[in-house]
Design a protein around this ligand. Structure first.
Ligand SMILES: [Zn+2]
Length: 146
């Protein structure tokens, strides 16, 4: 891997998703795009976010990052996964086991991506660049910066 920006950004995406689910009782983002400079997550939603909500999400995500959560993984059967998780995005219906990624006790989800081993390796602050809302899709653009 080249410059290591994907794992911190992507691990932050997990924390953002859990923060959104807890705050709004919405689903995790259905589409994500992770890049070095900025990333984006798209949610099925009913409106844009307010400034206060954006500030609160930033605060909560940064608070979780600062807890130095261990990032661990388990492998569970598809049957078990189907009881615990939304399997809409499963890449291959024929596989027998799936990987669950845990961020401390804050978040667990199915994922095949790369993560930092501990949130202490997310060395920058989470910042929402902008949000937009169109056709029932809320887009959150974010970055990590000092
Ligand atoms: Zn992941």
């Amino acid at each position: 891997m080249a410059k290591d920006y994907y794992a911190p950004m992507h691990t932050t995406e997990h924390i953002l998703n859990r923060t959104m689910v807890r705050k709004f009782n919405c689903d995790r983002s259905f589409s994500n795009h992770i890049e070095r400079k900025k990333s984006k997550c798209d949610y099925v939603f009913s409106r844009d976010l307010t400034e206060d909500e954006i500030t609160d999400i930033e605060y909560k995500v940064n608070k979780e990052i600062a807890k130095n959560h261990s990032v661990t993984e388990d492998f569970i059967t598809i049957e078990e996964a189907s009881r615990k998780f939304n399997l809409n995005r499963l890449p291959d219906p024929d596989i027998e086991k799936v990987r669950v990624v845990h961020i401390g006790n804050y978040d667990s989800c199915l994922c095949i991506g790369e993560h930092v081993p501990n949130t202490k390796f997310i060395e920058e602050k989470f910042k929402i660049i902008s949000t937009s809302f169109d056709n029932n899709v809320l887009r959150i653009r974010f970055k990590l910066r000092n």
